[in-house]
Structure formats: C-alpha cells, structure tokens
Design a protein around this ligand. Structure first.
Ligand code: ADP
Length: 304
C-alpha cells in the first residue's frame, strides 16, 4: 500500500526551484532514503511532505489523504522528527513526551505505557535530567521517541543521526527497522551515504531539486557508470575477457579478482565462470566502489 505519494511537487524561492517536479512514493514497510548534497532540496521536500510549508505545484497524499484538501487527517498519520526538535527545557523527557501524547489525544494509560516503552527503547528510561541539560545526541534520541509516540503509519525523519554516537546510531537503526517491519512507511533524509546504504531499501537521489535516481543502492551505483565487481571462486579463476572490462586484479592465489568495468557485467562474468567450470563463492558489486560512483554523481549534481 502506498503511504506517501508525492507527485510533481515544485517549490520555488524567488523564482528559483528548490524542489522541481519531484515524484516519489513510499510503500508500507519500506525505508526510503532521501539523499543529496546540501541545498539539493531535501528539507524543503520534507517540510512539504509533513504539511509545514505549501508547495507551489503538485500533490502530497499521506495514507490516501490529500495534504492540501485534508491536512488534519494527513498530518495525523505522520510521526515527524525535524533536524532540530523543539522540547520544553524545563521539563524532563517523560514530561515532554507526555505533553505531546496529550496533544495527540492518546488515552492516559496507553500514553504512559508507550512513553515508558519508548524511553527504554531510546535508552533514556533512567534519565531524570531536565531537557535543558541534555546533549544534542540525547535530544535526538528523544526526538525519535517523539516521532514514534502515537505509533504513526508514516514516519518522516530529517537528518536523524547527525548528533548520534555509534551506539545511538545502532539503536536508531534497530528502532527504524522494527517500525518498518511492523508496516510503517519511512522516509529519511541524509547526506551520509554509508548510513543510507546500511538502512534503506531504496534511495531517492536529489540534485538541485530534481530526482536524478530512484532505486536500490546498487541500481544507483550502476547507473553512475563504472563499477567494481568482486569475484571469488572456489578454485583458480580463468582469464576474463569482455569489451566492458577495464582492468582485472587477481589476489588470493588467483581465487579472487577485482574487475573494473564500464557497466555491470556480472551476468557475463557468471557465464565465463560457468564455461571454465569454476564454482562461484562471491560475485558482487563492491560496496565501496558503489559509494565512490555515487559520490561522483553527487559531485556532478553539486557542481552542475
Ligand atoms: P537540503 O535540505 O538538501 O540541504 P534545502 O531544501 O534546505 O536543501 O534547500 C534547497 C534550496 O532552496 C537551497 O538552494 C536553499 O538555499 C533554498 N531555500 C530553502 N529554504 C529557503 C527559504 N526559506 N528561502 C529561500 N531559499 C530557500
């Protein structure tokens, strides 16, 4: 089921499009990463998707509710975590969440139970400090708890890991994966490539307000041009010959090869291995080189 449907969305500032005819959808259970360099239009997209600013053109539907026609119903479906979450500094985490729970009209017993559960999940269960004394990372953990408070079917997060330490990042990933496995549709923005690679089932790459790629990590890396393919055989590897191959480096007594090619030729390599009677242990696009290819596209987008 499509939970977030963005179609032909445009927002201009002083005549210049910050978001330009963007169409994107997120299904229930999906984690989609909105990726792009600074200024690409990620925040503007998220502000429109959450109904905080109005688009000049285009339609946003959240669980089927049109944001322009039924803003109340649409917004009710969303758990949102902005880049900088506003909390009351003179209250504790528990008191802040309670405030938002009342705002969401959650019943008292359900509210209390959910707050305790979430505080434990984000690792703030035993903290009684007032928010004013929180570190940025603690605020971000609490922001995540707030976004999940009323079990929303749609979760939208703006740069959620910016202030988290490695443990915070691991907790965050676990929480988001859990929410997706329970059927939530998740849209998360970031400019951190490796974060997207680990967490997202699909990546939407924005450049100058336009969607320049939408697919899995590998899809995006592939259309970036050159790829590096890692091959591991159970026995010695044969010679690889294909017009797309630029270089082959053998290691591990010739049982491993790193092949640089102008495009994805894993099918051709698989045929060569089959003809040579070599069983395959690994045949994959090298993740690090995928990141390089994506970075190259990033730079193109930033410099264009
Ligand atoms: P990102 O979140 O990817 O860094 P933004 O959505 O913040 O990108 O910005 C996209 C473009 O729109 C940038 O060029 C930015 O300067 C411009 N922009 C964003 N918000 C405003 C605003 N309120 N007024 C004028 N220009 C804006």
């Amino acid at each position: 089921m499509t939970m977030i449907e963005i179609s032909n969305l445009t927002k201009r500032y002083h005549g210049v499009p910050a978001v330009d005819a963007l169409s994107l959808s997120v299904e229930a259970g999906e984690i989609v990463g909105l990726l792009g360099p600074n200024g690409a239009g990620k925040s503007t997209t998220i502000l429109m998707a959450t109904g905080l600013i109005e688009p000049d053109e285009g339609i946003i539907r959240i669980s089927g509710h049109d944001m322009a026609q039924e803003p109340k119903q649409a917004k009710k479906e969303i758990g949102y975590m902005p880049e900088d979450v506003g909390f009351y500094p003179q209250l504790t985490a528990r008191e802040n969440l309670d405030f938002f729970g009342r705002l969401y009209e959650m019943k008292e017993n359900i509210r209390h139970e959910r707050i305790e559960e979430l505080l434990a999940i984000v690792g703030l269960g035993s903290v009684e400090t007032l928010i004013g004394g929180y570190s940025k990372g603690m605020r971000q953990r609490l922001g995540l708890a707030k976004a999940l408070l009323n079990n929303p079917p749609v979760i939208i997060l703006d740069e959620p890991t910016a202030n988290l330490d490695p443990i915070g990042v691991a907790d965050y990933r676990r929480i988001i994966r859990q929410a997706a496995s329970e059927g939530a549709a998740i849209l998360v923005s970031s400019h951190i490539l490796s974060e997207m690679n680990v967490l997202c089932s699909r990546i939407a790459l924005l450049s100058r307000g336009k969607l320049v790629a939408d697919g899995t990590w590998e899809d995006i890396a592939r259309c970036g041009g050159e790829v590096t393919i890692k091959v591991e055989g159970r026995t010695t590897l044969p010679e690889f010959s294909d017009p797309a191959i630029q270089s082959v480096t053998y290691t591990q007594n010739r049982q491993t090869a790193i092949i640089r090619a102008s495009h994805d030729i894993r099918d051709e390599i698989s045929d060569i291995l089959a003809d040579a009677g070599v069983l395959i242990r690994t045949l994959q696009i090298d993740a690090e080189s995928s990141e390089e290819a994506l970075l190259a596209r990033f730079r193109e987008g930033a410099a264009a």
